[in-house]
Design a protein around this ligand. Structure first.
Ligand SMILES: [Zn+2]
Length: 123
């Protein structure tokens, strides 16, 4: 009687199952760790931490340096800044959906004013 599976078949089958398991883990991880918190750092120190979901603006004034961080249910962005280059304002909005695709990932950085906005997952 002919064997149903040869040893080679079993290897291919096991390999395919391992790949499937790895793929499932990869696709599950982002869903479990969907960003839900906005952390704002000034001079590398935590300045504010707010849950993502409600519309609000946070003004950060230090001497003559000013930044306005805005958030709504979808994401967070640098609404205003008086830094010389305005790169932070041009970095646009971070959302849980685009944070992995942006050049700076889950961060908006205002280098001149030393303000960092970060979208993170908090359990
Ligand atoms: Zn800036």
């Amino acid at each position: 009687m002919k064997k149903l599976f040869t040893q080679t078949d079993m290897c291919i089958l096991c390999g395919a199952l391992l790949l499937l398991a790895a793929a499932l883990l990869l696709f599950r991880a982002p869903a479990r760790e969907k960003a839900n918190t906005v952390n704002i750092y000034v001079d590398n120190a935590l300045y504010a931490s707010i849950p993502l979901g409600e519309a609000r603006t946070i003004e950060i004034v230090r001497g003559d340096q000013r930044n306005v961080v805005a958030a709504d249910a979808a994401g967070v962005w640098m609404a205003e800044a008086n830094c010389p280059d305005h790169t932070c304002v041009e970095q646009g909005k971070i959302t849980p959906e685009n944070e992995r695709l942006r050049a700076l990932g889950n961060r908006i950085i205002c280098l001149p004013n030393r303000v960092t906005v970060e979208l993170v997952w908090t359990p």
